[in-house]
Design a protein around this ligand. Structure first.
Ligand code: 13P
Length: 256
């Protein structure tokens, strides 16, 4: 089977209303029809998920949640279980986003969430990324440790086709001018695959998908696709703009 790239739209805590969410989703539905080789995963805020899921959408559009609880069930006020997400038709879950790590999510909690996702048959998108880069390469050790602590102990069968989103925190929520350069992205995605290979075997590394996220916009998507050695994008703010998202999808789709 041909390997498909994926573009994930992380809407975060936007847009403000269901009406706006439907508008954004409508434009995605329109765009998706022209996209052939790429799967599109929309991750809206929880209250918008079900109403959007009920709308018709092309076969290459899927839904994801931005987070799941680390427990399967029980008395956990404010949490949403993986089962609930799965039960309404969600296929994916972002796990360990840096904005959730900043709220106290540790690698240990993230590993629990990954296990819950696998047990529920939700496909996780594991986020990793450093706060800052330094000349001595300490950020690489930091990323390696995140991968090691989040994935070690999970059964190898779950790691087949694992999706890792590399999102350097310093590049998130800015403009394309401040995003990471395609060459640096290339270096880091190679490093991530190497780490996965060392820890879990070459077969797991080869089958893994590495996405890039952090100020992907219409202006830099094409060059990152061309030179960044990526299998897709995790897009924040630009995924809420029809014009921007359209350009990003087209850039990703042109690769193959
Ligand atoms: P931006 O695309 O807004 O930089 O966000 C990236 C991100 O955090 C996606 O998960």
């Amino acid at each position: 089977m041909k390997r498909r790239d994926i573009v994930v739209a992380n809407w975060k805590m936007s847009p403000e209303t269901l009406i706006e969410a439907k508008k954004v989703f409508n434009s995605v539905r329109g765009l998706a029809k022209g996209i052939r080789n790429t799967d599109i995963i929309i991750c809206p805020p929880f209250p918008f998920l079900y109403p959007l899921l009920k709308l018709n959408h092309p076969k290459n559009v899927f839904f994801g949640v931005q987070n799941i609880a680390s427990e399967i069930k029980g008395a956990f006020t404010g949490e949403v279980s993986a089962d609930m997400a799965k039960g309404i038709g969600t296929k994916f879950s972002i796990i360990g986003h840096s904005e959730r790590r900043a709220m106290g999510e540790s690698n240990e909690i993230i590993r629990k969430k990954l296990q819950v996702a696998f047990d529920t048959d939700l496909i996780p998108i594991l986020c990793v990324g450093e706060k800052e880069r330094d000349k001595d390469g300490n950020h690489l050790a930091f990323i390696k440790n995140q991968i090691k602590e989040c994935l070690t102990g999970l059964h190898k069968k779950y790691l087949v086709g694992i999706i890792v989103a590399y999102e350097p925190i310093w590049a998130i929520g800015k403009s394309y001018k401040e995003a990471m350069t395609p060459t640096d992205i290339h270096e880091t995605t190679l490093f991530i695959k190497k780490v996965i290979g060392e820890l879990f075997g070459g077969d797991i590394a080869v089958g893994s998908k590495i996405l890039y996220g952090g100020s992907v916009e219409a202006e830099n998507a094409g060059s990152i696709v061309e030179y960044g050695n990526i299998d897709g994008f995790l897009v924040g703010h630009a995924s809420l703009s029809a014009e921007q998202f359209s350009a990003i999808l087209k850039a990703a789709d042109l690769k193959r």
